[in-house]
Design a protein around this ligand. Sequence first.
Ligand code: 6R9
Length: 647
Amino acid sequence: MTGTPAQDAYAPSDEFVAAANAGPELAAAAEADRLAFWGEQAARLHWHEPWTEVLDWSAAPVARWFVGGKLNVAYNCVDRHVIDGHGDQVAIHWEGEPGDSLDLTYSELLAEVSKAANYFTEIGLTAGDRVAIYMPMIPEAIVSMLACARLGLTHSVVFAGFSPTALRQRVDDAEARLVITTDGQWRRGKSAPLKEAVDEALYANGDVPHSVEHVLVVRRTGVEVPWTEDRDVWWHETVANASPEHEAQPFDAEQPLFILYTSGTTGKPKGIVHTSGGYLTQTSYTHHNVFDHKPGKDVYWCTADIGWVTGHSYIVYGPLSNRVTQVVYEGTPNSPDEHRHWNIVEKYGVSIYYTAPTLVRTFMKWGRQIPQAHDLSSIRLLGSVGEPINPEAWRWYREVIGGNTAPIVDTWWQTETGAIMISPLPGVTATKPGAAMATLPGISAKIVDENGNDVTLGEKEANGYLVLDQPWPSMLRGIWGDPERYKATYWERYAEQGWYFAGDGARYDEDGALWVLGRVDDVMNISGHRISTAEVESALVGHHSVAEAAVVGANDETTGQGIVAFVILKGSAENTGDALIDELKAEVSRSISPIAKPREIHIVPELPKTRSGKIMRRLLRDVAEGRELGDTSTLVDPKVFEDIKSR
Ligand code: 6R9
């Protein structure tokens, strides 16, 4: 993506600026004294005991933030709001997929979390033990996470769409003593078994023993389940009957809060470890300032699943620490039909809406008449996360969903960073479609070449690697059980300088705006020219016939790599044959450069995506290079991929 001229930037309205949580003073304070700034941000939380030192970096790259401080994460997310007199405020407007719904106030949430904490204690779990959570988006999933946090237990949420094999791998790696699940989960009106998958996972590998002592099952769909006496227990027969009184104990700021597995370049997933004080400080700070959240006024909705980091940081910990009132939705966006999200926005008056570019492009594919059939005037701020958002989708999002007024915050971060790192501040930044813009106050990043030299601002060829050159409070503390891999993956590349290597390419445009270009393994090298897959995808999606595009660099004898594109057409596309393919090639050639002209374009019905909505380019590359397929276990629908391959 090349930088767009300054006049293409969207400044926030005067009205927005006047009421915004964050103004320019935030950056000034952070620049004056970065560590003192983070100390001030940590004061957003309730500490049972104050810290003595903001940062101890002496054992780098393993940080300790707020050294000596003690807090309870769940107390910060629930109890203190009740104590402050907000017990009757709705914390969660929960919408079930089949149309059932439930409002949970902070008082009710406190009672539920306390019951679960009492039951977990009764079965002998103690601080430091691991708990696997394998559940759909129901209130009990959030209650379970908070109950773990309350007791100093470390949760490992495994996406409920993952296979039994993936679950077993994660249970074994973390040696979980308890697995929490449901009988089944709703998927497009049908009950898909889930408890059965847990059994399959635990009985897999023949007699190989596992660490699990109990499986706690929430009844959700009513489907019959296999049962193992003495190991399996129903939530409604245990947790539901436990005492709703529980006093939260303080834990060290560095008490591990969760492990979340993310796929790396090798087969074995990495268990990313996050701790308590720094993590909660930065999720709270970013949720407050990036989303401009006003407790008691806003209705917030993050459409992620708790199975990935966005659900942890921007459904559970950040928002609840800020006394949010939020929507939590169990199902898919087209269940029962494509109006579902907009019905929910209307029903609850959602004012802040945070989603992923892939969903925005899906909405575009379904057509603007769908959102336009609804009153979306409550929306005042939009967010994007997960991949670079192409300018066309950005503009559509702002215009059709944001009523041409809502600022868009394009938030760059990772499972590893724990919280948002690069994003506009909605009352400060004039945003450019497709740019993440700038590091947040308190965060420091650089764009450098292979040798660690700064790339030149604004130059067209000045793509570089994104590195984080200062530790940040919510940074990962390591990879579970594998300190060497932690160092090798993130810290070896720029060991001399001591920088964290993010694995993303980025550039500054001529105005100094920061553009994230996607994973560096997605940056192609065509005859020595660096071209980002995102840049070509954006050009393709800019064509009126194209709904979605995925681009990979495939080995090419003469040019090093050749560009291979996979595109999904809009229903309205009249032309579908070779003529269209030629037209698309010409379009890319025109909008970027002839160097970027795809070698091949394949028209396909679907693209292979992970559960978190990321296109699996690795698999497309396998197809483009005629290889055997790699691991497809994290795909939402592996069959889709067979369809593409057969072409
Ligand atoms: C939060 C999350 C991290 C990777 C990251 C980058 C991509 C996320 C982005 C973005 C461009 C954004 N990414 N947000 N790229 N602009 N706003 O997605 O975590 O699942 O660990 O993925 O996602 O490539 O390195 P995670």
